[in-house]
Design a protein around this ligand. Structure first.
Ligand code: GDP
Ligand code: IMO
Ligand code: MG
Length: 464
């Protein structure tokens, strides 16, 4: 099926001539362990699909999405990647955990570069807020190990903030920050935190539990944020009913999903496609097209099993060619071969319709390229991702090896510009994952993109 889809896709390269596309609800989901270049795709689709609204629905300032427009590079952590497009409204939905300091710094940075953020941004009053005690707890917990390995979080307070949300008693939402009893609320929570964080005392500084100072700081943030705060849930429900085009921007990647990823080496939200509805309040019937974003290889930041990791010269070469250093923390990313077992799982989980394959230019420089087509677990060949980290650590990848094409593809604008071995590589990925490839990226810029399949075309093929 994948093969057929790919061959049919092959004949089409006149994507720039496509006029209007009617896709009311589109989501963009990373299918690996994050940093698949979701930011580039969201920016691109915002323009190309004539999107009205871009929504971030989970995660927080742990995300780092890079968008390159002309000579300018933007690194976005809290603000959705549609912010650079004229006429697009950007929404931070209830499922996000909000760090106001990071948001306002990003806000000011964008305004200084001429982006009218205030006109384009709306934040849910239901979003939970990250406080200094969350960051302190993240630091403290990060020193601990699970089964001998640390999670290696981004230290942005994400896990502790989500934990408070589910625990409820010491959670503060953005709507609470603009209320008249905010000071009392801070004092209440600080009193709870003093008790619950006592065991971590060495890692918690006085100012992280100084109620008066925290109140004053967050009050200032609240004053600035107030004009942006609203009921995004009603706004989005009205928007879908009025046929406005919405793009949902995932953060992290499906393999980092709290329920379905490589637990416990995951983030604390539903970062696969299943999180869109819970994070936004928009029922899944309004989401009718899912883009799965993949790199032509795999990276991972932080701890956890990584079956195709190349902790050797190959991994080092990929890191250099792909400039694989964390957008948020600057950490070198762990690098390895494309893992079709993990991506197929993530694509099925997220209901992916089409793939966007990024960083083709990186593997295009290598003398040999591998794809993991199956795992071997205790001598048995398997096609699934074991749910237990201890088992996933034991799997041995089964590879197919492709002779490298070692060609600069960064100027390719259509499929015919790519060499035959690159076609074979792409075809095999599409076949293994069971999803057609619509977009191929050959560099960070908007123009370095090939549209292999016209939006909507795959639907016809599936029924043919
Ligand atoms: P995200 O978190 O998924 O948005 O991805 P990141 O922004 O953290 O990392 C992707 C990086 O790859 C960014 O630096 C992008 O500018 C860059 N990038 C995007 N597409 C391509 C591509 O096709 N080739 C190369 N070489 N870099 C790309
Ligand atoms: P984007 O959106 C890559 C990883 C961290 C760590 C784990 C838990 O740019 O793809 P957390 O701070 O979330 O509690 O850390 O998740 N992680 C990411 N890795 N890209 C990201 O975001 C990530 N956000 C979190 O490295 O292993
Ligand atoms: Mg990133």
């Amino acid at each position: 099926m994948g093969c057929l889809l790919w061959r049919m896709a092959w004949r089409v390269d006149a994507w720039m001539h496509v006029e209007t596309i009617t896709v009311p609800g589109t989501s963009v989901i990373g299918l690996q362990w994050g940093d698949e270049a979701k930011g580039k795709l969201v920016d691109l689709l915002s323009e190309r699909l004539h999107v009205d609204i871009v929504v971030r629905y989970q995660g927080g300032a742990n995300a780092g999405h890079t968008v390159v427009v002309g000579d300018a590079m933007y690194k976005l952590h809290q603000i959705p990647s549609g912010i650079l497009s004229d006429g697009v409204m950007n929404v931070i939905a209830p499922g996000v955990v909000l760090n106001p300091a990071v948001l306002l710094e990003e806000f000011d940075g964008l305004v200084a570069r001429g982006i009218p953020v205030a006109e384009r941004l709306m934040i849910s009053e239901r979003a939970h807020v990250v406080f200094p005690w969350h960051m302190a707890e993240d630091r403290a917990v990060n020193m601990e190990k699970v089964g001998g390995e640390g999670i290696g979080t981004t230290l942005r307070g994400i896990g502790p903030c989500y934990r408070d949300k589910y625990g409820r008693l010491s959670a503060i939402r953005l709507g609470d920050m603009v209320g008249s009893d905010f000071r009392e609320r801070i004092e209440e929570v600080v009193a709870i935190k003093r008790r619950t964080l006592a065991g971590y005392s060495a890692a918690i500084h006085d100012e992280e539990l100084d109620a008066a100072a925290i109140h004053d700081e967050y009050r200032r943030y609240a004053d600035r944020l107030l004009p942006l705060v609203g009921d995004t849930t009603t706004y989005l429900l009205d928007a879908v009913e009025a046929d406005r085009r919405i793009l949902y921007e995932g953060a992290q990647g499906a393999m980092l999903d709290i329920d379905h990823g490589t637990f416990p080496f995951v983030t604390s939200s539903n970062s696969s496609g299943v999180g869109v509805s819970s994070g936004t309040g928009v029922p899944c019937r309004w989401i009718n097209r899912v883009y799965g974003v993949i790199k032509s290889y795999t990276t991972r930041v932080g701890g956890g099993p990584f079956p195709t990791e190349q902790d050797n010269e190959v991994g080092q070469r990929i890191r250099e060619l792909g400039n694989e250093y964390g957008t948020t923390t600057g950490r070198p990313r762990r690098c390895g071969w494309f893992d079709a077992v993990a991506v197929r799982y993530a694509a099925r989980l997220s209901g992916v319709d089409v793939l966007s394959l990024m960083m083709l230019d990186v593997v295009s420089q290598l003398p040999e390229v591998k794809i993991c087509v199956a795992y071997e677990l205790d001598g048995k060949r398997i096609q699934y991702v074991p749910s237990r980290a201890a088992e996933l650590r034991r799997v041995k990848p089964v590879y197919e090896t492709f002779t490298g094409w070692q060609q600069d593809v960064t100027r390719a604008t259509k499929l015919d510009d790519l060499p035959a071995p690159a076609h074979k590589f792409l075809e095999r990925i599409s076949q293994l994952v069971g999803v057609p490839i619509e977009v191929i990226s050959v560099g960070p810029a908007r123009a370095q993109t090939i549209l292999a399949l016209q939006p909507g075309q795959h639907d016809d093929e599936r029924t043919s």
